[in-house]
Design a binder for this molecule. Structure first.
Ligand SMILES: Cc1cc2nc3c(=O)[nH]c(=O)nc-3n(C[C@H](O)[C@H](O)[C@H](O)COP(=O)(O)OP(=O)(O)OC[C@H]3O[C@@H](n4cnc5c(N)ncnc54)[C@H](O)[C@@H]3O)c2cc1C
Length: 670
């Protein structure tokens, strides 16, 4: 199939404006006759559902949680980017565009990214109007902080709860439409298939997670906003329920998947503590504004710390290796995530990890606390303050900025991060890959759209911090509501879509058969048994670095594991009741297919870029330590991207690589 990105002609800065001027519209009276299904009510789906309903469409929205407020978006901590240039530090639409494309190792579709940068400023205005309580400075103006890979402060935030506050804004907008009857909300409903009629997406099959009832829902278009699939690794910073099912089901019906192997491994997460852990916890990137990352310089100190004979605070400045500041003086601790993660792995692989497993580095706030404390002492006219007083004053400032994150760390690790450095290690966090979409955010299935983290569109090989919320809300509030009209303009006379058709019947039958299989299989192993095994293969062989031998092994092993799953999985309970194991079984079945595609995609990419770090060595498999193709000091990828062969499911088209507007040189963060 030839992909058509539908990127409009013309200079990049005019594309979106010109396009909107010429696009087909549906008049307000006709919108009343058109139904749209939105699967997912996180920031992307929630904002889309609210806006589509506000415009006049009839929206049916679905979420597997008991309320849109519980979407995984609620977990977002650090902030949301926008090119407002409130700090007067040189920011602009172009700079946000440039940083995003460069941060993604030049693998994103530039026209989409430029549009994203353009609408970013509108998002902040929209959210402020909704009452989102963004942090403000002393004078009452909106405050900003900085995130990795950029040299300006453009991140708007609400303490460490930005996602929650934005979600409450989108949820309020949705609620208004629910009250008006323009959104019908289906909580606790899981989409288990999409229904195509004459090749167009015309509905979905869902399971009511409380009663087990299988339902048919029709519409003129279907929007998938189901979030990311990082849980294919079992352990990730994602919510436990985050899954790929909606994206995978549309993929199996014809929606192409792009860059499935592009995964973001976030550098600052609380390290894994044992085999029985089911979740990893992020410590927001915003902490790198003030936290300094280091490991001991000397191996003797590493050993002494591991054995409990020394504390990190015993080490003097010159006994510490602030390796990011050393290697990247311009960006320091705020290099992009992929760069910071690989640097942490490099130090830990070299033996400098500071915890018992050897997989931890320090994130230290002592310098920031002292700096803020001295400033406060000056402001408060305290002459000759003692060290203790300075620390007390500085701690208050750090607490005001990051207090909830410090509390979270304290509760999980049982150490006080105001007094001793945090221990952190990279963990799976975000998936840049996803369902392929064109400029309209439509998938390769006509009438089926995909927005938010579930699509592949804007972040290339590595997402910059605070850009996911921006993308989800740009898609939902400002892009999809326009572009979907171009397609729906042809549907104003179609009338209601019936669910009493052979297509709905067949899709429902298939869903029911799978559910019947699970509850009747009486196998020997739990769903989690398979999910954990899959996660281990993914982490060891498709994790932070990958090589040919390991990837080939992964493909084999996942395929074997999948066979075993379909023979021996055990799902207790019945199908016509609340059955969390049954819901999980369906999701893990899809992860077992996605995992294989993921490894195949990684295998054909003979390159290193962003979240994909390809090693030359084919000798060893498992967590590898070989030479990387990538020039590790300059972080320049050394070969132009070339897609070898035409693997069945993995797609990244040449047209994604439009280097016409910015020069593809080196991605140097020195
Ligand atoms: C710990 C953490 C912190 C983060 N912090 C930041 C940050 O500070 N800044 C930033 O920009 N990004 C951050 N991110 C990333 C960002 O939060 C996500 O990328 C973003 O919120 C995803 O939004 P979404 O709407 O696409 O998906 P989600 O919020 O995951 O919503 C998915 C929706 O789909 C529904 N759904 C899924 N499958 C189905 C199905 N089969 N049937 C029915 N419904 C379904 C769910 O119920 C849910 O409503 C963070 C991520 C994590 C994990």
């Amino acid at each position: 199939m030839a992909l058509d990105s539908k990127v409009p002609q013309g200079p990049i800065k005019d594309k979106w404006t010109d396009y909107k001027n010429k696009i087909n519209l549906v008049n307000p009276a006709n919108k009343r006759h058109i139904d749209v299904i939105v699967v997912g009510t996180g920031l992307a789906g929630g904002s889309a559902a609210a806006t589509l309903a506000e415009l006049g469409y009839n929206v049916k929205a679905f979420a597997y949680q008991d309320s849109p407020r519980r979407a995984h978006s609620i977990a977002a901590q650090g902030g949301i980017n926008a090119a407002k240039n409130y700090q007067g530090d040189g920011d602009s639409t172009y700079r946000l565009f440039y940083d995003t494309v460069k941060g993604g190792d030049y693998r994103s579709r530039e026209a989409n990214v430029y549009r994203l940068a353009e609408v970013s400023a509108n998002i902040i205005d929209q959210c402020v109007a909704q009452g989102v309580p963004f942090a403000r400075d002393y004078g009452g103006l909106l405050d900003n902080r900085s995130f990795g890979g950029v040299l300006v402060s453009r991140t708007f935030y609400a303490k460490g709860q930005t996602g929650q506050q934005l979600l409450l804004g989108a949820y309020s907008a949705m609620n208004r439409q629910i009250a008006r009857g323009k959104i019908e909300m289906f909580n606790r409903h899981e989409m288990l298939d999409v229904v195509l009629v004459d090749g167009k997406a015309r509905g979905i099959i869902t399971r009511n997670l409380i009663t087990g009832e299988i339902e048919r829902h029709s519409a003129h278009a279907v929007v998938i906003a189901s979030g990311g699939y990082g849980n294919v690794y079992f352990l990730s910073t994602n919510a436990m329920g985050s899954n790929v099912t909606a994206g995978w089901k549309i993929h199996k019906k014809g929606a192409y998947f792009a860059n499935p192997c592009y995964t973001q491994i976030h550098p600052t997460c609380i390290p894994r503590s044992g085999d029985y852990q089911s979740k990893l916890t992020l410590m927001s990137e915003s902490l790198r504004n003030d936290g300094r990352i280091w490991v001991p310089k000397n191996m003797d100190d590493v050993i002494a710390i591991r054995e409990g004979k020394k504390k990190p605070t015993d080490l003097s400045e010159d006994e510490r290796d602030y390796y990011l500041e050393r290697r990247y003086p311009a960006f320091g601790n705020l290099v992009p995530r992929d760069v910071a993660s690989r640097a942490a792995k490099e130090r830990c692989d070299a033996g400098y990890g500071v915890n018992a497993t050897g997989e931890a580095v320090y994130l230290d706030f002592a310098a920031a606390i002292t700096r803020y404390g001295k400033e406060q002492a000056k402001i408060q006219n305290i002459s000759n303050p003692s060290d203790a007083k300075i620390y007390e004053l500085g701690q208050k400032i750090v607490e005001a900025k990051y207090g909830n994150l410090f509390q979270m760390y304290n509760k999980i690790v049982d150490q006080d991060p105001y007094k001793t450095p945090m221990m952190i290690y990279p963990a799976v966090h975000y998936t840049m890959g996803g369902v392929w979409v064109d400029y309209n955010l439509m998938t390769t299935i006509p009438g089926c759209y995909c927005i938010g983290e579930a699509n592949f569109s804007d972040h290339g090989a590595n997402r910059l911090g605070a850009s996911a919320l921006m993308q989800g809300l740009a898609d939902g509030y400002f892009v999809l509501p326009y572009t979907i009209g171009d397609y729906l303009a042809d549907d104003i006379r179609t009338g209601k879509i019936s669910t009493e058709t052979p297509e709905f019947e067949a899709a429902e039958k298939e869903v029911k058969e799978k559910i019947d299989f699970f509850v009747n299989n009486n196998g020997t192993h739990s769903v989690d048994y398979y999910h954990k095994k899959l996660g281990k293969i993914m982490w060891d062989k498709c994790g932070m670095s990958r090589n040919e031998k390991g990837l080939k092994e992964a493909i084999e092993e996942i395929s074997e594991l999948r066979k075993d799953f379909w023979q021996n999985v055990s799902v207790p309970g019945g199908s016509e009741e609340y059955n969390e194991e049954l819901a999980k079984a369906g999701r893990v079945a899809d992860f077992l297919e996605l995992g294989e595609l993921f490894a195949k995609d990684a295998l054909v990419r003979e390159e290193s870029c962003g979240g994909h770090f390809r090693e030359e060595s084919a000798e060893e498999s498992g967590p590898q330590k070989g030479e990387a193709k990538r020039d590790d000091e300059n972080f320049a990828f050394v070969s132009a991207w070339e897609y070898k062969g035409e693997p069945k499911d993995a797609v990244l088209h040449k047209e994604e690589l439009e280097f016409n507007d910015i020069e593809l040189k080196q991605r140097s963060y020195k």
